[in-house]
Design a protein around this ligand. Sequence first.
Ligand code: HEM
Length: 141
Amino acid sequence: MTPEQVQLVQQSFARVSPIADQAAVLFYDRLFEIAPQVRTMFPADMTEQRRKLMATLAIVVNGLSDLPSILPAASALATRHVAYGARPEHYPVVGSALLWTLEQGLGDGWTENVADAWAAAYGTLSGFMIEQAYGRPLAAE
Ligand code: HEM
C-alpha cells in the first residue's frame, strides 16, 4: 500500500465510524446473503459480534500507518479463526461484503481510488492472516 492509500482508507473509515453499528448490520446481512453457508458459524445474536468487528477494524485501519505494530494481533486473530471454522476461501467473500458495505456507507465518497485503497488494505490483511493460519497465501483474485 502507498502512503496515499493508507490515508484514503483512514479518512474514508472515519466517515463510516459514526454509523459503525449500521455498517456492521449491513455487512453481516450482505455476508449471509452471498455466503449463507457461514451463518451457522456465528452466534444467533450478533450484537456483540458487530461491536467486536468494528472495534477490530478501527484498530487495523489505525495501524496501517505502522503495520508491524498490528501484525502480532492479526496473527492471533487469524489463528482464532481456524477454530471458528474459517477457511482461506472465506476471506475473499468477507472482503467482498466489506467493500460492498463501505460503498453503501460512503456513497459519493466511494471513488475508484478509495475502492483500490480498500482492496489493497484488505488484500494485505487477509493475505497475512491466511499465511499465518494456514501457512500459504491464497492466490490473488
Ligand atoms: C480480515 C478479516 C476478518 C476480521 C478483521 C475478523 C474479525 C473478527 C473479530 C474481531 C471477531 C471476534 C472474536 C475474536 O476476536 O476472535 C471475529 C469472530 C468470528 N469471525 Fe471473523 N474476521 C475476519 C474474517 C473472517 C472470515 C473470513 C470468517 C469466515 C467465515 C470469519 C468468521 C468469524 C466467526 C465464525 C467468528 C466467531 C463468532 C463466535 O463464535 O463468536 N471471520 N472475527
